[in-house]
Design a protein around this ligand. Structure first.
Ligand SMILES: [Fe+2]
Length: 202
């Protein structure tokens, strides 16, 4: 599709957020693979169900952001994650327990979508991309909540100590925490990519 058919982007200019869309698509597609691999080996039917639901969303996000890039007249640049194979091997290893994969509940993290929200507020995105971003963020938050609950079940089944500690941690940023814990290191790298994009655009 030629660039001039893209919806309400600047006239013929390359969208400033193309790299962001690319980073999200790559990270989400990778997360879908990781979570599905984990679902295939977990002994917990409940966790597997949640992982598959979120994995399906992640794959969908990867595809839809790829489509949006195409709608804007560009092509997704696939960037293999250099640590992806190790991450996948770990999550696909049935000898590593779910508890180890989940890890301890950490301190609350900052809202991982704050930067995207700011850019929406700044009017940086075209209207279709804004719509996409809002849908994406809503699903991500719901996915994170589902994962958080599934993780808590795993912790509870594994003993009360971690559960008690989790309760004392507070839940101010549970969504972000769950994303960071489970949406793989891919999302952390997405955050770094966002930082680079922001700096590059200034
Ligand atoms: Fe995601």
């Amino acid at each position: 599709m030629p660039a001039d058919t893209a919806t309400t982007t600047a006239m013929g200019t390359k969208p400033s957020y193309l790299g962001l869309l690319n980073a999200i698509s790559n990270a989400e597609s990778a997360a879908g693979v990781y979570l599905e691999a984990w679902a295939d080996v977990t002994p917990s039917a409940d966790l597997a169900c949640t992982l598959r639901l979120v994995a399906a969303r992640e794959r969908s996000h990867g595809e839809v952001f790829c489509r949006r890039i195409a709608e804007l007249g560009y092509s997704l640049r696939k960037k293999p994650d250099p640590r992806g194979s190790a991450q996948l091997a770990r999550l696909a290893d049935p000898a590593i327990s779910d508890l180890e994969k989940i890890g301890p509940r950490g301190e609350g993290a900052a809202d991982p979508f704050a930067e995207i929200r700011r850019r929406i507020s700044d009017g940086e995105f075209d209207v279709m991309t804004v719509n996409l971003m809002n849908w994406y963020i809503t699903e991500e938050k719901d996915s994170a909540q589902r994962l958080r609950e599934a993780y808590d079940c795993v912790r509870e089944m594994s003993g009360g100590k971690r559960k008690a500690q989790a309760s004392s941690d507070g839940g101010a940023s549970a969504d972000a925490e769950a994303i960071m814990a489970c949406m793989t290191a891919g999302f952390a790298r997405l955050e770094k990519s966002l930082d680079k994009l922001v700096k590059a655009s200034k």
